[in-house]
Design a protein around this ligand. Structure first.
Ligand code: HEC
Length: 158
């Protein structure tokens, strides 16, 4: 490598370092101002769209309980605002002659099933594309859906 090239490389490296130092300092400043105004609601973040946990219980609480309630019986905090009341998820097996139709439920959660004209507009969000769109690994999206459906299966009343 020629002397000039070496010099250019050094310059680039030092420019990079300067930028890095500035960034660190900026982060420090923003951090400091957040502390300075403690008690105010600055720095509030939006909730994550996909939670790290892949357990059925956690996924259900995060993605389903707002409408269906934590116990799955359809009385979540959002339920009252919906035109179509959320289904009581504990009765699915009972309505299917005692057997939980796992494949059908998985398809419903993934694709949303058939819209019912009697129900007006569908109010049940379709999670398949949502999980897939945000998750770089498709397998993990399937695992999440499968786990949340297993959790619904575990809620069934005899
Ligand atoms: C925004 C509210 C809302 C959320 C969030 C929601 N649902 Fe629903 N869900 C509904 C409504 C309303 C229905 C009624 C049926 C319809 O839309 O056709 C329903 C129906 C269902 C059904 C069909 C039950 C049956 O008897 O066939 C299943 C299964 C279901 N939801 C599972 C889930 C799961 C699992 C989640 C979370 C991943 C979830 N829901 C999140 C509103 C919601």
């Amino acid at each position: 490598m020629g002397l000039r090239a070496q010099g250019a490389l050094l310059l680039t490296a030092s420019a990079f370092l300067t930028v890095l130092t500035c960034l660190t300092f900026l982060t420090f400043l923003t951090g400091a101002s957040a502390i300075g105004s403690a008690g105010q609601t600055i720095g509030q973040r939006n909730p994550p769209l996909v939670i790290d946990s892949i357990t059925g219980r956690d996924l259900f609480d995060f993605y389903c309980a707002s409408c269906h309630g934590r116990d799955g019986r359809g009385h979540g905090p959002v339920a009252a605002a919906l035109k179509v009341p959320p289904a009581d998820l504990t009765l699915i097996a009972r309505k299917s002659a005692g057997t939980f139709p796992a494949a059908r439920i998985e398809a419903f959660v993934t694709n949303g099933g058939e819209p019912s004209p009697a129900h007006g507009t569908r109010e049940m969000p379709v999670w398949g594309p949502i999980f897939r769109g945000l998750d770089p690994s498709d397998t993990l999206a399937k695992v999440r859906i499968s786990n949340v459906v297993k959790h619904v299966a575990s809620m069934q009343v005899p």
